[in-house]
Design a protein around this ligand. Sequence first.
Ligand code: MG
Length: 286
Amino acid sequence: MKIMHQTWTLFKVVASLSSLALLTSVSGLNSLAAEESEKKKPTGYTNTPFIPGSKWRVHDDNRPRPKVVSPGRTSSTPPADAVILFDGTDLSKWRNAKGGSAKWIVENGYMQVPSEKERKGDIFTKEVFGDFQLHVEFATPAKVLSNSQGRGNSGVIIFGRYEVQVLDSYNNKTYADGQTSALYGWKPPLVNASRPSGEWQTYDIIFEAPKWNDDGKLVKKAYTTVLHNGVLTQHRQAFQGDTLHKKPAKYVRHAAQGPIKLQDHSNPMRFRNIWIRSLDLSIHDN
Ligand code: MG
């Protein structure tokens, strides 16, 4: 009986070992087959026609592949190549208009514009940028104390010149070119995608810096695309120049790069999770 039991156990061991070997060899064969079929796919072509106006052929195998950027966990989380402008802890990346320290309140993971009595003024990034993609989150005051332009007014003022308006535009009748995500004084947003007062909202702003030639002639306007809470509100819209109040905008020549300014409009606006990616749009020129 004992011998029979031992033989049976031995048989089971041999059987399981051989099925394991079989499985391993089958999966080995499978991955080999997958590799083989992968190898058969061309990675590109060198005999296709040229793309009109381009030095590259259609599906050109010699065309440089894009640089890899590790994305964030969500579209609000900074990707690997982003410069973090505010992570909820301090204003070390910001300054005031005179170059001194930025004095807005920092608490609970956000920055807040101080009260009107303790007004500290606009703040600017210390670093300057050219073409970029900017992510900003903001919350207007939960308690509505005023109306029109007095409700949660601030602004993302690119280069300190081109304002993408920030306002509490939730059930707020104010002029169209002053609503949130308007290019202030010029283009209303395509739609009003505002969340209720006090809720966190997002801006994703893509900006192309204007260009002047050596003679001082404007050869490219400033363009911007804005997604407000993930909804497109400005589509590669040209600015008409430096944003002004009650007057049409006007271009004033400036350097190729500039800071991002957040406006102190005396309303206790909150901002958090601000990051920026510089863009090399020239990659698409060739
Ligand atoms: Mg404003």
